[in-house]
Design a protein around this ligand. Structure first.
Ligand code: PRX
Length: 648
């Protein structure tokens, strides 16, 4: 047995240096940036904070009393001023901020000036409804322009927002409204999803019947069907902003004032209200967005295909891109509506140059087949990003070849709701990337892979990912529960070391490979094996589109590996292929990792944000009673898998 906390099984020899032409024009192409930032990490972040517009300078760059941090202490600024007015004042009011594309095919362009005016009108309307600085506002909206408008209007008047993904249930709304003690809810009549209408106001009404906290409900008209109405409480958005002045001076906010709360579900217990503040957060999302995506405000068309209901959308659809004066695409709907080429149609229509999406989407595109992207002109794409889960090397290769035309660098970015912004990532003008690796900490970030005792592992070793220096976009606490904050993130290795909850390994060159959540690690005959590596070995087989593995108890080996596999195209699995795939894993990464069982499925159970639910697959593999599955994006698939698992 090795000394590593987690085995290092998968090896990858392919390396993609930045194309010369890309490096020549990149926003950062001198590797000295890493050393400089390391020597003076406070100065590094400070230099980027200076790129923002401050109303008052700060007295101290950072105050670190572990595990609590403050950045740019005493400084004042306003996020909506930085994302909107600053650009208008610099003469860019007519630049498009968002090319918004509705799912049914309607579209709307918003320039920076139009966006600012609408934000200011809605901010005035919110003030008129009695919303003031420090009052948490709950936003439950689909991907329509009014969502960023509402967030920026809150930021303008200093009201922290709490955005709830529109796919969540009324119960989730109640939980979050109560935890945040929020009295205002912004929602819509309905939301389009795969050609259907989701009755959002109905859900909101159900939620408002379960809690009496909400005194004011603002309703955006999107889909146009009848909705129930409570006079005095409910207000139409369009009526509220009509006649409002487009002049609403941005409220000076302390750098450490709360910008937003975003709830993230833990593996156990109630959702955690991640708290992000103003100055440090905006600094980090702006600089990471500019350097990781090599953004050129003048020429790029940037598209982050996430939902704003998740942190990826907060940081890389709204705050980072707007702070950098990006022209972005914002898309309302599903990637396969009306056809499986919808994304590529959008790339072609707007001439998208930078695309940021998730491995789960990339694996779906692989399964659907390369004929869909091939039907469109994707030659404008010059950079591709990935986030949300470990990206299997073969999915990375497919993305690189079929979407990026073999020319666009791929940046695999690791971060979390808690980190606020990107933490581990290639820099596309500098880094020679390896398919499947997030590579290197962003300049100024200190990420260390440690063993059980908290000692740094050497190259070739595996263990736990930690962050050992504060960073500006760091969560400040959990809303209303600082003890849980300390317990969850700062107790495993002491109050100065942030425990990310992810397994990771270093390769021989010291590059970082993420291995999935620590709770998912399997123990086979005393070897700690990451689900990610076995899954990547399966996806490495040309017929496999997606795979999930989990450990199930085994009397001989402690745990045995159970694999669930989705094939590409319409291919059906049989015993011979199952045997071939098990053998493939064995050859690719070793006998110890060969799945004991392998089941073919049409799909895998996923959370609403697209992460594979291994816990559920584990219950199926163990033959256990399944808990509540209603929060899944695709609950039907579970019973299907359960049935075929029993047949086996
Ligand atoms: O397990 C890691 C995985 O997603 C987790 C954070 O999820 P969330 O807070 O929802 O934020 C997602 C968007 C930032 C991490 O703890 N994760 C995210 N990005 C990657 C990743 N795992 C591997 N590689 C990534 N690039």
């Amino acid at each position: 047995m090795s000394d590593s906390a987690i085995e290092n099984l998968y090896s990858e020899a392919r390396v993609f240096p930045p194309p010369e032409e890309f490096a020549r024009q990149a926003n950062v192409s001198d590797p000295a940036v890493y050393e400089e930032a390391d020597e003076d990490w406070q100065g590094w972040w400070e230099q980027h904070a200076r790129a923002l517009r401050w109303m008052r300078d700060w007295d101290a760059t950072v105050e670190w009393s572990p595990p609590h941090v403050k950045w740019f202490v005493g400084g004042q600024l306003n996020v909506s001023d930085n994302c909107l007015d600053r650009h208008i004042d610099e003469g860019h009011g007519d630049q498009v901020a968002f090319h918004w594309e509705g799912e049914p095919g309607d579209a709307r362009d918003l320039t920076y000036r139009e966006l600012r005016d609408e934000v200011a009108r809605f901010a005035n309307a919110l003030k008129g409804l009695g919303v003031g600085k420090g009052d948490p506002v709950t936003i439950y909206l689909p991907m329509i322009p009014e969502l960023p408008v509402a967030m920026l209007a809150c930021a303008r008047i200093g009201a922290p927002h709490s955005v709830i993904f529109a796919g969540f249930s009324s119960q989730s709304v109640v939980d979050r409204v109560e935890d945040a003690d929020s009295h205002v809810l912004i929602t819509a009549d309905g939301a389009y999803r795969k050609g259907n209408v989701v009755a959002l106001k109905d859900n909101a009404d159900k939620a408002m019947n379960m809690t009496d906290l909400i005194e004011t409900c603002v309703v955006v008209g999107r889909t146009g069907e009848d909705v129930a109405w409570t006079e005095g409480r409910d207000h139409w958005y369009h009526e509220l902003i009509e006649g409002q002045s487009p002049d609403c001076p941005p409220e000076p906010m302390d750098a450490e004032d709360v910008l937003y709360i975003l709830y993230t579900s833990g593996t156990t217990g109630k959702p955690k209200g991640i708290v992000h503040t103003t100055g440090g957060y905006l600094t980090q999302v702006a600089v990471t967005h500019r350097l990781v995506f090599d953004l050129k405000a003048e020429s790029d068309v940037y598209w982050c295909a996430a939902d704003i209901g998740w942190v990826t959308g907060h940081s890389y659809i709204v705050y980072g891109p707007l702070a950098n004066r990006a022209t972005s695409v914002m898309y309302e709907g599903a990637p396969d509506h009306p056809g499986k080429d919808r994304f590529w149609e959008i790339v072609e229509k707007y001439g998208v140059s930078i695309l940021y999406t998730a491995p789960t989407a990339i694996r779906a595109f692989m399964k659907w087949g390369s004929e869909h992207p091939e039907a469109h002109d994707l030659s404008t794409l010059r950079l591709l990003g990935s986030v949300g889960e470990p990206i299997n090397p073969e999915a990375w290769m497919w993305y690189h070849e079929h979407i990026g035309g073999g020319r666009a660098p791929v940046v695999d970015t690791w971060w979390q709701t808690e980190t606020g912004g990107i933490m581990i990532t290639p820099l596309p003008g500098i880094t020679a990337t390896k398919p499947g690796s997030a590579m290197t900490p962003f300049p100024g970030v200190k990420a260390v892979v440690v063993d059980e005792e908290g000692k740094a592992v050497p190259p070739g070793g595996g263990g736990y990912l930690t962050l050992q220096r504060p960073w500006p976009g760091m969560l400040r606490t959990l809303w209303g529960d600082d003890e849980r904050y300390q317990q969850t993130y700062w107790s495993r290795f002491g109050p100065e070391i942030y425990f990310a909850g992810d397994g990771a390994k270093l390769d021989e060159d010291g590059h970082i490979w993420l291995l999935g959540r620590v709770d998912d690690v399997m123990n086979v005959s005393g070897h700690r094996i990451s689900t990610t590596e076995v899954e990547s070995a399966l996806v490495d087989h040309p017929l496999v589109a997606e795979a999930a593995v989990t450990g199930r108890s085994d009397p001989m080996t402690g745990q045995a590996i159970a694999a669930f596999v989705t094939l590409r195209g319409d291919r059906k699995g049989d015993d011979a292929l199952a045997a071939e795939l098990r053998e493939h894993v064995s050859e690719r990464i070793g006998k110890i990792a060969r799945p004991a069982n392998l089941l073919f499925t049409d799909d895998l159970p996923k959370t609403r944000s697209g992460k594979i639910m291994r816990r559920l697959l584990k219950d199926i593999a163990e033959g256990r009673e399944l808990g509540d599955v209603t929060t899944l994006a695709n609950a039907d698939i579970v019973s299907q898998i359960e049935a075929s698992s029993k047949e086996e």
